[in-house]
Ligand binder design. Sequence first.
Ligand code: CUA
Length: 349
Amino acid sequence: MKLTKQGLRWWSLAGSLALLLVLLPARALAQGGATGSLNAPDIAGLFNIVLVLAILVFLLVEGLLIFAIVRYRRRSPDEMPEQVHGNNAMELSWTVGSGILVIILFFFTLGFYQQPRTLPEDSEPVTVEVTGHTWYWEYYYPETGVRTETTLNVPAGRPVVLDITSADVQHSFWVPEISGKVDAIPGRVQRMWFQVDEPGQFVGQCAEYCGLQHYDMLITVNVMEEQEFASWMDGEAAAVAEAAAATEEEAAALAGDPAAGEQLYNSMGCMACHSLDGSTLVGPSFQGLGARAGEVLDGVSAEDYLRESIVDPCAYLAEGFDNCVMPQNFGDRLSAQDLADLIAFLLEQ
Ligand code: CUA
């Protein structure tokens, strides 16, 4: 059989259609199997509603298109069809019809929208602060000060709350079998929760193009037996405490450089909450701190007081500041030399 140009067009059209009809249900099945976490099936369900509606619209539009191509094709070179300009009834019906579809989808979506953000009542969640970096994910457990990268360890059978943000550009946290996408936006914290009842591993990927190694920003969620998780956490927490104590000890023996400390004051964000001129921001001003630091607590030297205030800010709260809102991870983020520099800078205020 000789393949004409016309024939080739028909075959490629038929081939593309067949491929779509095979691929679409396969995709639906992949999503429909998303039962990793409590709230994932509903998100997958919403996807399937959208998919079914889209298939119906697709079949309608393509069917009409193929019908028109076959039924009204040009049969001879001098055939000229009747010339028309628009059809109000048809235009109105597809405008109103698609409008109604969008409204239906809006209400379906609205029903699911709050779910991954609203924790079930009387649950005891594990909180993890998730930070996107170019190009890796950092996981911080504020209750224990433990920090991991790339792999997120969580216990089975307990809700996990993720507070998601970014340290640089916009990323998006997405583990399809666990929940929907949540964007990681610098300067903003977005919350999401999930619960997986059986131990296992789930993989995900940054879902917002964030630069050269976006492809490599993988996520592994490792769901462990509750016991196993607890003993892993205990081991990590002990290591963190040991390292922090070593840093403090080392810092006490180092000479600090106030100029380097001033740079840290600016770069670590201290200045956002602590002024140098006596005005009260979120936390107490540093004005006059050098003179009063040694007298706040009986028998505690100025250096020790400042060190504790940085590393363990909630241990003692300055008068008039009843809520401890300062991050408690500076012992972890600052090197021994950084800590000594900051203290030298604060002593000069
Ligand atoms: Cu981070 Cu893409």
